[in-house]
Ligand binder design. Structure first.
Ligand code: ADP
Length: 541
């Protein structure tokens, strides 16, 4: 028997329609690329998205075309997403931090037809435009007064395009399974691979990602997505926010501690989200200025492991609830979030932090298990660690154009490439990327856990751990440290600080001090690069 309910397609344009109709007055505040703060609301954003959709059609964009953006989190970037998806095209977010060769590869591989870009990124595209034969034109996301002199061919002014249209436009009908967005993985091994989201997967992820135990934003909340829209869909906030009718505060290009603090404060932000590096800049700023965070209730942190010192600073010093999240581009991107279960609120501070330092529980729509090398499921005891496997409606089934071959196993599980533990209550803890885990005498050592302990030392700004060759144990951990500003901790200092905080046999065999640790385009430590840098490193015997 079929259910007798209406066939209402899960398409992303329904999100902006809903926001405009029922939360039309709710604000979006942007720190613009041009500088000043800009205010608008969902009703205006809805109208301008439709105007832009009309303009895109006039520029030749048709259903199924791929249109790329290279832009900061701003009201214009928000409009761009809904306009592109609203004409039935696919919105491909480009990460400006990628190398030029990677951008050329991605733009050509995705067959991007038109690029909408912030003026900040004009030089990047001018330098590579000759290598982009498929790109028919560029739209600079600014007004006429701020249009730069540019060598970009067939270049349009965003505000002029929008200003010329009426907005009398019906979204182009699509199936919910049609592609709506695209984002390439960072490609730390081989070429980046394209993850293609559908309307349905984005709507489902928006709904599930905003459940009370996940991001949990309500219409009364003011959300600041610091996590860029070019990085894994800004963790779904650009869908979840308007679904709930939240005020959205868009940080534009300024992501330093002082600028973020100013928005958190003046816009009374209650929920925010970003990777740990952003929060270390904010915490340093707070410490320096003695500022507090009276409005902020919840900070979602993910993308890399949250160091315990950061977790404790937010929770103890600023009374902000930290939601440690784990995810990846292939998961739309959230997989787990660390909300407490019944009774956990009553534990001691240290016990609560023991739970929060883990990456959290699977949200609804994400199935999860850990397996050994032979694919056998491992126990959920918080100790056994194995390959983290996931399944669900907002998880990639394959990559664009079949790159990387078959990515699901016979039962439809996707191997995340992460190694993790799962405990009895469902809390997952990442041990490492499978390729970064250190194999010492047949046992595995978690580089993440050692890094977490090391950054707890006040003289350490950043820490990375890699395995280096050892004649007896195969590999042993080498701790690489960037000292904090003005500090010069010694090897002995750091090691004695770490003693007792991790297993004895996990203690690094040596400590190296460097000025800088290389990062990927998504802000993660580039272990591959570090391993190259320290190739042939001799550990003290
Ligand atoms: P992103 O999620 O940053 O878009 P990727 O998809 O390239 O970028 O990276 C996903 C990977 O990031 C995960 O597979 C995992 O290794 C790492 N990661 C994400 N969140 C966390 C976290 N909270 N703790 C540890 N590692 C994390």
């Amino acid at each position: 028997m079929n259910g007798l309910m209406q066939d209402w397609p899960l398409v992303v344009t329904s999100v902006i329609d809903h926001a405009a109709q029922w939360h039309g007055e709710r604000e979006m505040v942007t720190r613009t690329v041009e500088g000043p703060i800009h205010r608008t609301n969902y009703a205006e954003l809805h109208l301008r998205s439709r105007k832009l959709a009309q303009a895109l059609q006039k520029l030749g964009v048709a259903k199924g075309d791929v249109v790329a953006t290279m832009a900061w989190n701003t009201h214009r970037h928000f409009e761009t997403w809904y306009a592109i998806m609203g004409v039935g095209a696919v919105c491909h977010t480009l990460n400006p931090r990628l190398f030029a060769e990677q951008l050329v590869y991605i733009i050509n591989h995705a067959e991007d037809k038109l690029l909408l870009i912030d003026t900040t990124f004009v030089p990047i595209l001018e330098a590579i435009q000759d290598q982009l034969p498929g790109v028919k034109g560029y739209v600079l996301m600014t007004d006429r007064a701020h249009m730069p002199d540019t060598k970009l061919a067939n270049c349009h002014c965003y505000e002029e395009l929008v200003g010329a249209e009426s907005g009398d436009f019906a979204w182009v009908p699509v199936d919910e399974t049609d592609a709506s967005g695209m984002c390439y993985t960072s490609g730390t091994t081989g070429n980046p691979k394209g993850v293609v989201y559908s309307h349905r997967s984005n709507v489902i992820h928006g709904l599930a990602g905003n459940a009370p135990d996940a991001i949990g934003a309500r219409s009364v909340d003011n959300i600041l997505p610091v996590v860029p829209m070019f990085h894994a869909n800004a963790w779904g906030l650009v869908f979840a926010g308007p679904m709930a009718g939240c005020k959205l505060v868009m940080p534009g290009p300024k992501l330093d501690g002082a600028s973020i603090y100013e928005l958190l404060d003046t816009e009374k932000v209650s929920v925010t989200a970003a990777v740990p590096t952003v929060w270390s800049m904010l915490l340093q700023h707070l410490e320096k200025t003695g500022s507090k965070l009276p409005h902020l209730k919840r900070v979602v942190i993910g993308g890399s492991a949250v160091p315990r010192v950061m977790l404790e600073a937010f929770e103890r010093d600023y009374e902000v609830d930290v939601a440690h999240a784990w995810g990846m581009t292939e998961l739309s991107p959230i997989g787990t979030l660390g909300s407490f279960k019944s009774g956990m609120e009553d534990l001691t501070f240290d016990e609560r932090m023991d739970i929060k330092v883990k990456q959290g529980r699977p949200m609804y729509t994400v199935e999860m298990k850990i397996t050994d090398d032979d694919g056998k499921e491992l126990p959920r005891d918080g100790k056994a660690f194995g390959h983290l496997m996931v399944r669900g409606p907002a998880i990639a089934a394959s990559y664009l154009k079949g790159e990387g071959g078959t990515v699901l196993d016979d039962e439809g599980w996707f191997d995340t490439g992460d190694v993790a533990t799962l405990d009895e209550l469902g809390f997952m803890q990442i041990t490492d990327r499978a390729k970064d885990v250190i194999k010492s005498g047949g046992e595995w050592i978690s580089s993440i856990e050692i890094e977490n302990v090391a950054v707890g030392h006040p003289g350490v700004a950043e820490a990375a751990v890699i395995g280096v060759y050892h004649p007896k144990w195969d590999e042993r951990p080498l701790l690489i440290i960037v000292p904090a500003e003005g500090a010069s901790p010694s090897k002995e200092d750091v090691l004695s600080f770490m003693k007792g905080k991790i297993a004895k046999w996990w203690m690094p065999d040596d400590v190296a001090f460097v000025d800088e640790i290389p990062h990927t385009a998504t802000g993660k430590i580039q272990k591959l690069e570090l391993r190259k840098q320290f190739e042939g490193y001799e550990l003290p015997s």
